[in-house]
Design a protein around this ligand. Sequence first.
Ligand code: UT7
Length: 405
Amino acid sequence: MVTRKNDIPPFQENAIYAHIVGWGMSVPEQVLTNHDLAAIVETSDEWIQARTGIKERRIAGENESTATLGLKAAQKALEVAELLPIELDLIIVATSTPENIFPSTASLIQDWLGAVRAGAFDLSAACSGFVYAVNMAAQSIRSGSIQSALVIGSETMSRVMDWQDRGTCILFGDGAGAVVLRASDVEGGVLSSVLRSDGSGWDLLGIPTVGSMDVHIPEASPNGHKMHKMHMNGGEVFKFATRVITESVTQALDLAGLEMSDVALIVPHQANARILHSAARSLKVEADIFMSNVDRYGNTSAASIPIALCEAIQQGRIQQDDNIVFVGFGGGLTWASMVVKWGTPEYAARRALYQQRREFSYFLARWRRRALQWSRRITETVSRIRPERGRMRRLRRKIDQSNLR
Ligand code: UT7
């Protein structure tokens, strides 16, 4: 799927652009270093750093989950965007580690935020998920059907790791990042995107779980992988990643009518520092054009791009009117690139007391949830009692009639 800046004829005269106006991240406090890992599997700090660039990663605590991390990132993004939850039209959570197959993690976050006017769904495109989700949100805004969207990339990869497999467990970490997109008539925002998939690599990287192919809950997937644990053919995925970064970044720039020299920063999926060095060589650019924080968080799958984006902004690496590129790649196989002209347009006068109103919305959401759950319980109990009474009445009438005979 390819979308380009000039591909929206109905809006040529009064174009609507989708700008990123808010961002936020949340990572667990618990740090797992390479030295800690060396006590779990046969590996070493030297090997991990040399082959991946990773020094440490964050691991979710007992009370943390994909939804709680995603919620915190979302609240921060709403704060930056100065938007109330009730103003959101759409919430998308890109994740490979949702709370459940369904209902969606996005619905849970929608409820916790009190975003009562928003639609919500999870998107499954592995490590490319965030770019896919931003594209979906941006296209909905550009079509004029919605005004604002919240896109979250959130993962608790530690929960699906096979802690005996040193080929994967050293790579991944937990965390969440979020962005808020809003409609504006100021030119810029999401300029182009390239979304791609090659399902012939379905077996190279995945987390087998119970699906429509299973008639009973099996011990192992049909091709022998452990159920509910991640597996990966690292070498093949490495080759695929370096190839598609170069290919899709070039395509996305082409669609936006830009050249590599127009790009201020590439915010890639954080999988392995060597992949980025190799992609830089093939794009003929300096490696520091790639934002990298893989050393501190490892691979956080769909969360890695928004986390890296937040840190790039914090470090002052993104300025007004900069052209930046997102590029994701991973299971599916899937990959995606997107060009964004950075700049947060001024919206009508910032409204006072927004922070307090957001806090009130979260407070209200808790009580609304409790009230609705209680009212459902009461209705259910009453409806269970009523037919019982009816049945009792009919039974008594039958007994009475038989006594009369
Ligand atoms: O987010 C989705 C995208 N994912 C990726 O992009 C990941 C892509 N793949 C990679 O990053 C790399 O392939 C890995 C980091 C997973 C592996 O690095 P590699 O340089 O491709 O190593 P390898 O699998 O070719 O293994 C080389 C050697 C092997 O030993 P022998 O057979 O040469 O004796 C492995 O058994 O390194 C060994 N090895 C390790 N040694 C110490 C593999 N994992 C480890 C380890 N510690 N953790």
